[in-house]
Design a protein around this ligand. Sequence first.
Ligand SMILES: O=C(O)CCC(=O)C(=O)O
Ligand SMILES: [Fe+2]
Length: 406
Amino acid sequence: MAAAAAADAERGGRHILRGFVSRDLCKELEFIHRSCGAVGYRPGVLSTTLLHLAATDCAHLLLPFLPVRDRLRDTVESLFACDFALFVEFTALISWCKGASIGWHSDDNKPYLKQRDFAAVCYLNNHGKDFKGGIFHFQDGEPSAVVPFAGDVVIYTADRRNVHCVDEVIEGERLTLTLWFTRDSAHDEDAKLLSLLSHQPSSNNNFNNPNCFLPSPASNNMYWFSNEKSGFDIRCARVQFLGYSFLTTSDLKDSSSDQSIEPFEQLNNPLTLARGDEVFDMKFINSLHALQVLQFYYWKASELAAARSEAIENSESPQLSFRFRTSTDMEICLPCDRELAENTLGCSCYEEAKVFTDSNDLSLAVVAWENYSCKLRRDLLSLMPHWLPNQSIFFADPSELRMYNG
Ligand SMILES: O=C(O)CCC(=O)C(=O)O
Ligand SMILES: [Fe+2]
């Protein structure tokens, strides 16, 4: 087995593993990307890197990545019979929007990418259903093409033996979890992440702080998607696709209702969500907070609907969380090329979502999202003391660690 793997590596091995990532994890990572993603490293591409999550106070959202990240590293080490330690160089969720493509290249083809030894690209959604185009090709040898299917992973060496390209995406958003691995410890992603995490203000590491899982936006230009002529804010576009908009309202009784504040800045202040004439009666700390709750609601729509019908059956009165819009409720109006946004990120699945979801479930989503975030935050705080002395980020069962820690 080891000999076969070594021979494979000699030939510039490549592997396709079907069903490597569970469907549930694909959906969870999609939720993270749609609530936290920012503009990416090439035109038409959005990304959520682990460093970006850590830098925007969402370090707890690293946890869902860790089991699959560890498993991928182990798999690469064994497939290529590595007799050296392998480090993760880079981990990101990457979406390729309409118009995005990449021509023939190897992944180590720039002087600053020479440390890359292996690549793993996990597909999180489906060609044909969620997007069109976006097929992966190897220039020589077999397989010559990989059609992205949720859960599958393609693994290959990052050098000239695996020159590849991706066809232009014609429609929808093609989502991947992409990792590169290196044998050079100087490029270890974990060290960068740990340095960022250990330098965060102590209030963020304190689980007793009720705001410890609330996101902080990066700079506004990180959310501005543009072509040569116009652009749109990714956060605004994502809430619009689910049928909502951001609103400042005088009821919030703070600076957010001050209309002299520049619209982009209003996205970083308290705001709420509206759906047509209805206003959600809850204040969110900023647009990312509102977006995260809304995407959580979209992710968990069927579970939330079931929870609601159970509440009705048990004659627990459903929460009335919407009120009618008044003249003091002001929509946050940003320059936005709606057509570009729809063309870039649009997908028929959003139309289905609008019919499927019930606005009353949004208040259930707020509670469920808080529980989800609190649990991850607690797990993160259990794991941190084990990561720091090892200088490495790994997954372990946090409940066992808590027992062990007393
Ligand atoms: O997403 C893919 O299928 C491959 C992406 C790629 O080649 C790259 O990012 O270098
Ligand atoms: Fe590539």
